[in-house]
Design a protein around this ligand. Sequence first.
Ligand code: BTN
Length: 244
Amino acid sequence: MDAFGAPRRHYRVTDSTNERARELTAAGAPGGTIVTATEQTAGRGRRGRRWSAPPGKALLLSAILSPLLVEHALLPLAVPLAVCDAVESLAPLECRVKWPNDVWCQERKLAGVLIEAQPPEWAVIGIGLNLSVEPDEFPNDLRQPATSVGHGVSTEGALAAVCTHLSKWVGAPRERVVDAFQARDALRGREVSWSAAGGEEGQGSGVAEGIDERGNLAVVTAEGERLSLGSGEVTLTVGRNRAE
Ligand code: BTN
């Protein structure tokens, strides 16, 4: 089991906790080290997007995993599972995961995960979890609606729970991660459309049919073709549930 939570470096303000954690890994910080901040001025999201949150109203966490081994192959799926367990241990909420690693609650994004890695040396696991952000405090240009945990959950309480569950999930066996992901899969049975990342050719749409053992998303197109999407390759837009 990889234990996360110590040593800890906390910043009142920093540009990005992922950036600070990367510096710490370069300086030889051990696996398990965490970086937190009350406020980020240049929080990073996936695909070069920004991540912003009002000061003190979200958990802003970067955890160092080192070394990064083959057994961590499903890390991008294991991390949101840890966040789901942590949230559900703190508040009467039900979380789901929008592949590959957004945490959703009632169709709204509660948390995002950004993993930056240099295999086999390290991975920096960045987690942004909205705790008490008011609806009118979210940026207007979000691609999908967002929400917060609420219920009086503090950043320190959320941090302790996330570290506990991260420590359990990061080295979990592949089958356990796949099974738990399937149980929390927000996309199964829904129409999704995708476009290749980085402007390469390739786009399409289909119905999501769960993940395979490599963590890829299976989709079936209108023509009945079964495809496997890799998380690094596509940007997803989610449509209606087929049953709706
Ligand atoms: C996403 O949904 O696009 C991922 C968002 C990840 C945000 C967190 S906040 C803490 C850590 N530091 C960063 O700069 N980004 C991650």
